[in-house]
Design a protein around this ligand. Sequence first.
Ligand code: FAD
Length: 446
Amino acid sequence: MTKFRVAVIGAGPAGIYASDILMKNRGDLDVSIDLFDRLPTPYGLVRYGVAPDHPRIKGIINALRDVIDSGSIRFFGNVNFGTDITLEDMRQNYHAIIFTTGAMQDAKLNIPGIELDGSFGAADFVNWFDAHPDVPNTWPLTAKSVAVIGNGNVALDITRMLVKDPEELLETDIPEHVYQGLKDSALEEVHMFGRRGPTDVKFTPLELRELGEVNGVDMILDPADFEYTPEQQEAIAANKQLVVIDRIFRSWLTRENVGTAKRRIVFHFYSTPEEVLGEGGKVVGIRTSRKGEERNFEIQALYRAVGYFGSPLTDIPYDASRGIIANDGGRVLGGGVGEPEFIPDLYASGWIKRGPVGLIGATKSDALETIEHLLATQPELMKREVGDEDAIIQLLKDRGVTYTDAAGWARLDAHEISRGEQVGRPRIKVETREGMLNVAATEAKQ
Ligand SMILES: Cc1cc2nc3c(=O)[nH]c(=O)nc-3n(C[C@H](O)[C@H](O)[C@H](O)COP(=O)(O)OP(=O)(O)OC[C@H]3O[C@@H](n4cnc5c(N)ncnc54)[C@H](O)[C@@H]3O)c2cc1C
């Protein structure tokens, strides 16, 4: 009997859960899944997004690892869809293709001065502190006053990483260059700006509480922001998360000895950034409006944490307004006049399907929906003949693409853990692609 051959493009949580759910729901069907990633490593933003001091979340990696180690799915790392492999290649070798490429860029913030030197996107800073192989390993940390724009969890991660004493990060998998960079940071204060009020924040309670637990940091809030309107009071009463968030903010308002810490975080609610002010091409300030009143703050750096945004993929229908693959419930939409509504062999899941919101767990329910649609179309899809399991390996070899497989990744993983053990850390990542490919290709020697 022919195998149902499926390619999954993107080995983050969405791709791994989609593969796992397809395997578990296949019934008697003989399914063969190949999981591709442009990086030599799997796990997407769990490895290159989640902050180093969130090891509990990184525990999800154990569940993801079990899927890759199960032996029923082949992993091909360091293979980029769009350059190393194309849609045509995939169609010649697979009955269906699921795109789970996530959202890797920063959403834009269109205000004057945003392009000045010292104005950064959150994703770039996150890539630096997580040792992403495609970004430089230096980061300018000379600013005394910094603005963080956004009231979501990524803004919390950025702020926490900026204010935290790097000595406390030494028990995490923080890369050495990040530790050294943070140690030399001149930072004294972070101004966090949110357009709306404390009952509109996108923070989750656990992450907000964690910010208040950072040692040596004063939390500065304006008590007037907590004199709620009846509508705000109703909003809190109707939402358990907001009850906790409100309680956390209020506990900070009544803290004693504020003003004595080395660093401080100042919350500015109802504050819309209007312009980044510059001198000599560099950031020197920010102009905001708060309830119609203009305010200027001296800052030397700015981080915009206003959301991530998905990138288009070659030959795949893209919804440019939302930064996602055009889809309905995970079925990729054809769109063109006279074309079928859905492109039957193309699917999407995770952040590239739904947009960059939601925690890792949400990619599981995404995958369930997508796989349900895929399995419903499977009998039709299998009428097309495709290459066997060796054909894709031959194609990659012919193109000179050096890829990592599950065994290579396991070697790299063991190597990183062993490097960490030598200095009492959970892991020290290999920081370059070349280094990763070398370790994956050979037995790790210590
Ligand atoms: C800064 C930050 C911190 C976060 N912290 C947490 C947290 O603490 N807890 C939590 O639950 N969630 C957290 N999240 C959310 C979590 O990361 C996402 O819910 C989840 O990673 C989305 O999964 P995904 O698989 O859709 O995308 P991703 O994790 O981004 O995976 C996409 C994969 O596709 C690959 N890819 C992209 N383009 C191509 C291509 N052309 N060819 C081949 N491969 C490609 C990428 O390399 C990547 O591995 C955080 C997110 C961010 C941005």
